[in-house]
Design a protein around this ligand. Structure first.
Ligand SMILES: Cc1cc2nc3c(=O)[nH]c(=O)nc-3n(C[C@H](O)[C@H](O)[C@H](O)COP(=O)(O)OP(=O)(O)OC[C@H]3O[C@@H](n4cnc5c(N)ncnc54)[C@H](O)[C@@H]3O)c2cc1C
Length: 383
């Protein structure tokens, strides 16, 4: 496994870091306070090539691989986790269409996602009654002449109200269980597609989370992504890669909080010495730094395997489980080091503490990651 980034990976990481510091940092707290979706910022990220780091070059992407993508996402999340999640979902949608779409679908949808022209991509799998168990979905696609009619409700859809391109999963054969699920490509603003509500969340205020109502949305046969009945497999495949993205997002948030704690501990004095000189504080920071590196190594392992075209599902689940759980604890420590000031909006650790919480929930909760890991361990035992 490669531990040192290549020149190209470093360049992409640096581009993301500079953009995050120059363009995102000055307005991140205001975006959070006002709940402002980062439309302009996403367009600029597209122009910089940061929406398609791991997308093929012929579709407008950078073809720089999964490690470069993870490093870039960490830099964005370190400064603004809301921007990072929009980038992560857009990348996931673009990668999925690039991987399994027909030539016509690839050219019709991917370049717009990668350039930022589509603003964002959305991944519409979850429903009010079906989260961890998406096979229980109730959205239905009915066959009509020349296409399909989609009806149902999707829940928790990141950028769902803003996305120019959505992948929507629906049942095409109710009797076939998960084998009756199909993925469809839907344009934002399609007739019959409306926003039921926008969720008010604990964190990620710059990211919109929409309930989407599909009331007879009509799409052509050419909107079927990856074949009728193949949707469940596609969702699982995309989520395996997506989990590397969420692990990266969590690592970035945690690194931002921890570096703020380092700075604060070096400046703040109590009992005549800086906080750093108090062993209890040093111990907390030492634990946090160790967990952060361990999470990074797990994430780089999963990213390396994916990049090499090998199986990486278990490793991605391990990376997401560990990185997100530890990132939560690291943000908690960073806030504690700031004392009472950490509990105010004057310091960015307060936002990090709120933003990081959801990384243990979306793209498969920690409990679902453990399920994936345990199943894989059992399968190896039984071989
Ligand atoms: C801010 C935000 C953004 C999101 N963005 C998207 C998006 O873009 N697209 C999308 O499709 N979805 C999205 N989601 C949905 C997210 O993926 C789901 O919330 C998640 O999968 C959990 O589903 P649920 O909320 O229905 O919880 P449930 O599935 O009802 O789970 C409730 C609890 O039970 C546990 N549980 C469930 N099943 C098991 C089991 N078998 N064993 C042990 N424990 C179990 C869970 O771990 C959890 O603790 C988003 C969610 C949030 C909060």
């Amino acid at each position: 496994m490669q531990l040192e980034p290549t020149e190209e990976q470093r360049l992409i990481q640096r581009t993301a870091r500079e953009f995050a510091e120059r363009r995102l940092a000055p307005s991140a707290a205001a975006r959070d306070r006002d709940g402002r979706f980062p439309v302009e910022e996403l367009r600029e990220l597209g122009q910089l090539g940061l929406l398609g780091v791991n997308v093929p070059e012929d579709l407008g992407g950078g073809a720089a691989g999964v490690i470069a993508y993870s490093l870039a996402l960490q830099e964005l999340a370190k400064v603004d986790a809301s921007v990072a999640v929009a980038v992560s979902v857009t990348n996931m949608v673009a990668e999925l269409i690039a991987a399994v779409g027909t030539p016509a679908q690839r050219t019709a949808y991917v370049p717009g996602l990668v350039s930022g022209a589509a603003v964002a991509g959305a991944f519409a799998l979850s429903e009010p009654q079906a989260g961890s168990d998406p096979a229980g979905m109730r959205t239905i696609a009915t066959k009509v002449d020349g296409g399909w009619r989609l009806s149902g409700t999707k829940q928790w859809i990141t950028s769902g109200d803003r996305a120019g391109v959505l992948v929507v999963w629906a049942m095409t054969d109710l009797a076939a269980g998960h084998k009756g699920i199909t993925a469809f490509l839907v344009r934002g603003g399609a007739p019959g597609l409306t926003v039921g509500r926008l969720e008010e969340k604990m964190g990620l205020h710059g990211s919109s989370t929409a309930q989407l109502v599909l009331d007879g949305v009509e799409v052509g046969d050419d909107a079927v992504l990856g074949g009728v009945g193949g949707g469940f497999r596609l969702a699982m495949m995309a989520l395996d890669g997506g989990r590397i993205g969420i692990a990266s997002q969590a690592l970035g948030i945690a690194r931002g909080a921890l570096e703020a704690a380092y700075r604060y501990a070096g400046e703040r004095e109590q009992f005549g010495v800086t906080l750093w000189k108090h062993q209890a504080i040093g111990n907390m920071l030492a634990d946090a730094a160790t967990w952060l590196d361990a999470g990074l190594l797990l994430t780089l392992r999963a990213a390396s395997l994916k990049e090499a075209g090998q199986r990486f599902s278990t490793e991605a689940a391990m990376a997401k489980l560990y990185a997100t759980e530890k990132a939560g604890t690291i943000c908690d420590i960073a806030l504690q080091v700031h004392g009472g000031y950490g509990y105010t909006t004057d310091f960015p650790v307060e936002r990090a503490y709120r933003d990081v919480r959801v990384t243990r929930i979306y793209e498969g909760t920690s409990e679902i990651q453990r399920l994936v890991i345990a199943r894989s361990l059992l399968a190896r035992m039984e071989k």
